[in-house]
Design a protein around this ligand. Structure first.
Ligand SMILES: C[S@@+](CC[C@H](N)C(=O)[O-])C[C@H]1O[C@@H](n2cnc3c(N)ncnc32)[C@H](O)[C@@H]1O
Length: 235
């Protein structure tokens, strides 16, 4: 069999929110690359897919530094893209898993930029975290003529403010470490009562705050925390 590479979205956390297609592919992999948050640490993505893995699949956990140094990060992306390509050239069925969907705010996209679009590559979509959060919080994303923006809270204050003014619904990802500033912005724009904060959606530690005014500025939040704003919904 000729080698293939599959980029697979695992979904937001619950292992039964992975697609049937991804689970079937995972079951026949020779090698699986799983990103871990810390060097030598556990991979949440791996824990999600573990039940679908064959005993013969080799696991390679990889760590992508979060440093501000782009050169340091580029070295790891170059090495990982080269390693994936090399495994495929050896005729292996290779998987690379990412949380949620692999085409949204994902390290996979840096690898894709290096690998290109060879015929041996297949990207399998996953349920994004914000789709899962909308469902869990029963807060719709957008309807009819409404608009939806997906922003990272690492964006500038001005960009976030403009998106929140312009769109009916805004997903604010990467709230971790920035909650106080985002809360102040939502208060300033008078839309805090239209906002829901969710941490670890669909995971055992899932938490949902519907009244953000009551959430202390220094509330400890996990990395997997997202705010959904829908100015139009009167649920
Ligand atoms: C690097 S991005 C990954 C996004 C992912 N590719 C997706 O499709 O949702 C990480 C951010 O996604 C959001 N996130 C991912 N999983 C989440 C979850 N289970 N609950 C809440 N937010 C989540 C958080 O905002 C987190 O900071």
């Amino acid at each position: 069999m000729s080698g293939r590479l599959y980029a697979l979205g695992t979904g937001p956390g619950a292992s039964d929110l992975i697609t049937v297609r991804a689970a079937r592919i995972i079951a026949k992999l020779d090698v699986l690359y799983a990103p871990a948050g810390r060097k030598g640490g556990d991979s949440l993505a791996l824990s999600i897919v573990r039940e679908y893995l064959s005993e013969t699949t080799e696991i390679r956990t990889c760590h992508f530094p979060m440093s501000a140094d782009n050169d340091e990060k580029a070295v790891v992306w170059d090495e990982t893209a080269a390693a994936l390509t090399h495994e495929v050239e050896q005729g292996k069925q290779v998987g690379f898993i990412t949380l949620g969907d692999s085409m949204l705010f994902s390290t996979w996209v840096f690898l894709l930029a290096r690998i290109g679009n060879p015929e041996w590559l297949e990207i399998v979509p996953g349920v994004t975290s914000f789709a899962a959060i909308a469902s869990r919080a029963q807060l719709p994303l957008a309807m009819e003529q409404q608009s939806l923006a997906v922003m990272s809270c690492t964006a500038s204050h001005q960009a976030l403010s403009e998106a929140l003014r312009a769109h009916d619904c805004v997903v604010l990802m990467k709230v971790y470490g920035r909650f106080a500033q985002i809360k102040a912005l939502l208060q300033h724009l008078g839309i805090i009562q239209h906002s829901v904060l969710m941490a670890e959606a669909t995971l055992p530690g899932e938490q949902c705050w519907r009244n953000l005014e009551e959430v202390p500025d220094d509330q400890k939040l996990p990395y997997f925390s997202t705010i959904l704003v829908n100015k139009q919904w009167r649920g």
